[in-house]
Design a protein around this ligand. Sequence first.
Ligand code: SF4
Ligand code: SF4
Length: 344
Amino acid sequence: MESKKTVSFSRNAGNIFFHILTRCNLRCRHCYINPGQHGENTLPIGTIETWLAAFAGKSRVANVIFLGGEPTLHPELSHAIKAARRLGYESVTVDTNGYLFHDILSKVSPDEVDYFSFSLDGATRDINDSLRGEGCYDRCIAGIRKAADRGFGTSLIYTVSRANIHELEFMPSLLKELGIHRFFIQIIGIRGNSAAHAENLQVSREEWLCTIPRVAENAAALGITATYPKVFLNPDEAFECAGLAADNYFIFPNGRVYRCPLCEDFPLHSLRFEGNNLVQTEKINENDLFALSIPEGCVMNKLIQPGNLKPEMTYKIACCMLKEEISFRLPDTVASAIVLTGFI
Ligand code: SF4
Ligand code: SF4
């Protein structure tokens, strides 16, 4: 699995987060999908191919992540995956809740999909299902096993909140047992459903720093590459906005294309598809705000999510796409941790 790729950290790589529909079989408590802002349509395969082509050449290296809603509900997801390969995308990832509709594992091969990335938000059935719905834990675990049995690369996304941070430390051993290759820890975004109960769900800086780097190291020690957002910057650490320094695009089925995920609940997208043409959105949009320099760090966190992460004199809020990645290598007999910092 060493040659497999997924969302890249390099500034020279573009990442296309392509929501091909917003429909989902689940109703997770913290779902960020907002059909009023993102559309309720399912994109026809011809449109998916045209929109993929529009982004294929934008960066020297382009990665695509298919999302929804639940992307496997799209009956032509396999055609979208094959189209991405034909267009030269460096890697193809499918984010899924694990239900794997339309027998997707039989329609694509491990050469075509680098990773199926499963979402689980608890190490136990009780916690996961309290957040994602009854029966989800078992279905997700079964989906992971099935994908692994068929030789697919598998990764897992765990969205940390007050409701499940206490179970994070049990994840590395579960991941190892399931044969997961990569572990993505996310901080809950106060968007979509979460915006209604932000105060209850967001973790503090102390909780984050006490738990997340330690668990990521534990996963890495088991041979699983672990990635988590930096979230908080010390005063001596440089702040950068991925909207200016990286090439990430978040595409929704109503044609909106964002550069910053924090903007997704608002009509602040910098690009949009009009039919098959990608056009710039009129001012004022997210692009006009990225360059605003404020001492608190991320401008959108302050402007449009003031109740979310609170900056203080002693730290700034990092770009939500600034990640740390930890993996272990065994050069001789001594294991050494390799820590990378970069944008996705
Ligand atoms: S978080 Fe994902 S799986 Fe859950 S309801 Fe939203 S789109 Fe569906
Ligand atoms: S999260 Fe903040 S820093 Fe990152 S792209 Fe958006 S505005 Fe820029």
